[in-house]
Design a protein around this ligand. Structure first.
Ligand code: ADP
Ligand code: ASP
Ligand code: MG
Length: 398
């Protein structure tokens, strides 16, 4: 049975016109003899009536400290509205479709509301529908825990639903449809002259996604990678080939050193001074227990530096009350990263990275590197320029 999972993001399902493009993609797949399983995100982006951010805002306006459980119950509604509208659209065009919420689709998760992990998928119902010639339209981003409470999988989690379904249904491939024509060398909304990457390895995309390239959720890539199912990132609105993510060996793709540039905005740098090493561990433990995730960690004999999401600043100050006189915070920071499997063997990359930023007067607050990425913490006001300079240096000039 040749199953293909097709996931459509928020902008792809937002309007009647965009849904007509979705219809065309589903129809084409069906006519080619495949069995489509459709996954949808909530309709539109922040500010639009049924978008996830709008639903969060609705509840937070009532109670800013609302429980994660209740927030998940409202967040799930976005995908339900979207799936119902999409199902109706496909039915109107004569396709035999059935909408399934996370529970009906058999998606069982743990109970970590707002960041639940899929534990297993009971595929019985989906297979029954497919065997009857029906097309399931599944709500992305949601599942149910052991008590039948709805849970959500973390922002951008419809990609994760698509990948997990792809694995559970042994799909031939997973197609992720969005509003750009594939994975580009940098966010095309911030930089001109970006290029589409036609083939990328799972590893590189994971790195790009973890470093902020939100075109695909890193968890989705990890899930597809475990079973070697190809992922295809394409535009809903064109017929451009898009980006194929798979098990490419270095020779296929590594005439390039840097594959892409990614960024994460909304960070703050935290420095805690006058703290000896035995106390440093205690501090990290306190933050861990408080659920604050930290990044870019540098440890020195009597001080530590790390970054947090700016939204967690007041919580951090509450937790670290006992160290308050020693804490300095720089807000409005962003992390910019170059990513590429080809960096493993190349020399001088860090020198070129620092040079590109320094010669353009971009102050580097901190750096971190791995064998396939180099990142710098900079001011958010420098972000667009930094991405442009790095893109010019490592992608366009190479
Ligand atoms: P969807 O709602 O379809 O899931 P997302 O907004 O989650 O869409 O992801 C698509 C967006 O990802 C694009 O509009 C683009 O601005 C952004 N993006 C960031 N980095 C990249 C990149 N390297 N390549 C393509 N798009 C990127
Ligand atoms: N609607 C959810 C979000 O905005 C999930 C998704 O779009 O993938 O995060
Ligand atoms: Mg997305």
């Amino acid at each position: 049975m040749r199953i293909v999972v097709q996931k459509f993001g928020g902008t792809s399902v937002a309007t009647e016109e965009s849904r007509s493009f979705v219809l065309a993609k589903v129809l084409k797949l069906k006519l080619e003899g495949f069995f489509p399983v459709v996954v949808v995100s909530a309709m539109g982006r922040s500010g639009e009536s049924y978008a996830t951010d709008t639903l969060i805002h609705l509840l937070k306006e009532v109670n800013d400290c609302v429980n994660a459980r209740e927030l998940d119950q409202i967040m799930c509604c976005g995908e339900m509205i979207s799936a119902a509208v999409m199902t109706a659209t496909l039915q109107k065009a004569g396709l035999n479709t059935v909408m399934l919420n996370g529970s009906q689709a058999g998606i069982i998760t743990d109970s970590q509301f707002s960041k639940a992990r899929i534990q297993r998928i009971d595929t019985t119902r989906i297979f029954q529908l497919i065997n009857k010639g029906k097309i399931p339209v599944v709500c992305g981003f949601q599942g149910v825990n052991e008590f039948n409470d709805f849970t959500t999988l973390g922002r951008g989690g419809s990609d994760t639903t698509a990948a997990a379904l792809g694995v559970a249904l042994q799909a031939e491939r997973i197609e992720i449809y969005t509003d750009v024509e594939g994975i580009m060398t940098a966010d095309p909304r911030l930089v001109d002259n970006t290029k589409i990457l036609d083939k990328v390895s799972y590893d590189e995309v994971c790195q790009l996604a973890y470093q902020g390239a939100k075109v695909i959720h890193p968890r989705a890539v990890e899930i597809a990678m475990q079973k070697h199912i190809p992922l295809l990132i394409k535009s809903t609105f064109s017929d451009v080939e898009g980006t194929l993510i798979g098990d490419f060996i270095d020779d296929d793709i590594h005439d390039r050193i840097v594959t892409g540039i990614a960024y994460l905005d909304g960070l703050s740098q935290v420095k805690v001074s006058n703290i000896i090493q035995s106390e440093q561990m205690n501090l990290f433990r306190l933050l861990g227990n408080g659920g604050i995730s930290i990044d870019l960690i540098n440890i020195y004999p009597d001080y530590i530096v790390f970054t947090i999401n700016s939204g967690a600043t007041s919580q951090l100050l509450e937790i670290l009350e006992m160290y308050s006189t020693n804490i300095e915070i720089i807000s409005y920071c962003a992390k910019v990263s170059i990513v590429g499997g080809g960096m493993r063997e190349a020399s001088g990359v860090i020198a070129s990275f620092v040079e590109s930023l320094s010669k353009n007067n971009i102050k580097i607050l901190q750096t971190v590197d791995s064998h396939t990425s180099i990142s710098a913490l900079i001011a958010t006001s420098d972000l667009k320029n930094a991405i442009t300079f790095l893109h010019d240096r490592f992608i366009l000039e190479k």
